[in-house]
Design a protein around this ligand. Structure first.
Ligand code: ADP
Ligand code: TRP
Length: 330
């Protein structure tokens, strides 16, 4: 059997080109040599999204994105996290092998705590335990199926390390029961900048959503923040987010030409933004068409996800059984 590549994405916003370059594309490129297990992480979304209608609609958007970008649900396993009842059960078992100190140091929790401290509040104010437990749930996602590799963007690196720690702690206690996975993080696309120059992220409202209507997508690209240099002024391409984004979509020859325009003068931001919008629209033109058809067919998406969940549960059961047996619960 092929090794397993597994990854998930939270339905907390519309998929963007940072997600595409950092996760969707690397994950989908593994489909030839791996069995892909790709899912919509709706339990994870619940730590921050409390609007039921919004959650449901984003689950469909994220699911349709996977399919539109080329996930083959017949050959691979495509599902929704909350359709796997084994996940919360396994999360509990794993939590008993997770040192609390490790979770105290997890980036998302630490960031939320630091924000409170900066405001002079109680460090845990407004922080739900789900956010604290987030890495354990993610470890359950990965370890339940004996995943070999986990393609993710750089921001998920610590979560993969925590997952490995948890698996190793469990194995130290009971022998080699759980497979210790490897993270797969591509250097070149690990941190795609958003339109404001920070990491592109749903939480910063600085994204270029892949499947937004054309007019909106163009508008987002035109809002990319640049400095006030005139076209004829020489510019430094190295720390320029417009240039960084162009690099992901233009041909190598064109990138070189644009680089020269930056260095020698002649790069007009407005014109280059229009070029970037065209490049993005043409890169995703097939996917955007597929997405628009899929998003109108929710019963189809439901069916695909249900079938995927059945397959995923079959994959997970032996691992959960082995873990239960090892602990003495079974
Ligand atoms: P967001 O930060 O927008 O909420 P998620 O946390 O849902 O995105 O991330 C889903 C996947 O996309 C993860 O594997 C993550 O590492 C990757 N990813 C998100 N933003 C970027 C980015 N700007 N550059 C590269 N990869 C990213
Ligand atoms: N935490 C990941 C993110 O924010 C999403 C995720 C949940 C995930 N479970 C996973 C990624 C398991 C890889 C493997 O992007």
């Amino acid at each position: 059997m092929k090794p397993i590549a597994l990854t998930g994405i939270k339905p907390t916003g519309r998929p963007h080109i940072g997600n595409y370059l950092g996760m969707y594309r690397p994950a989908l490129s593994l489909m030839e040599n791996y069995l892909g297990m790709y899912f919509v992480a709706d339990y994870h979304a619940l730590t921050s999204l409390n609007d039921p209608a919004m959650l449901q609609s984003l689950v469909y958007e994220v699911a349709a994105s996977w399919l539109a970008l080329g996930l083959d649900p017949e050959e691979h396993i495509f599902f929704r996290q909350s359709d796997i009842p084994e996940i919360p059960e396994f999360t509990w078992i794993l939590s008993c092998f997770t040192s609390k100190g490790l979770l105290n140091r997890a980036h998302a929790y630490k960031a939320a705590m630091d924000e409170n401290l900066a405001l002079g509040h109680d460090p845990d104010e407004g922080i739900n335990a789900g956010l604290f437990y987030y890495p354990v749930l993610m470890a359950a996602d990965i370890l339940l199926y004996g995943s070999d590799v986990v393609p993710v963007g750089l921001d998920q690196k610590q979560h993969i390390e925590i997952t490995r720690d948890i698996a190793e702690a469990f194995n130290r206690t009971y022998g080699e029961v759980l497979k210790v996975p490897e993270g797969l993080i591509q250097e070149s696309v690990m941190k795609v900048p958003g339109i404001d120059g920070r990491k592109m992220s749903k939480s910063y409202d600085n994204t270029i959503p892949i499947f937004a209507p054309e007019k909106e997508l163009r508008k987002r690209v035109m809002r990319i923040v640049t400095d006030s240099k005139r076209p004829e002024d020489p510019k430094d391409p190295t720390n320029d987010n417009l240039f960084a984004l162009l690099q992901f979509f233009a041909s190598p020859e064109r990138i070189e030409e644009i680089r020269q325009l930056y260095v020698n003068g002649g790069a007009a931001y407005g014109t280059l933004k229009k070029e970037l919008a065209e490049l993005i629209l043409s890169h995703f033109s097939d996917a955007r068409e597929k997405f628009n058809t899929l998003i109108e067919d929710k019963p189809y998406i439901d069916k695909v996800l249900m079938q995927g969940a059945e397959k995923a549960r079959e994959m997970g059961k032996p691992y959960l059984k082995a873990a239960r047996k090892a602990t003495g619960i079974d």
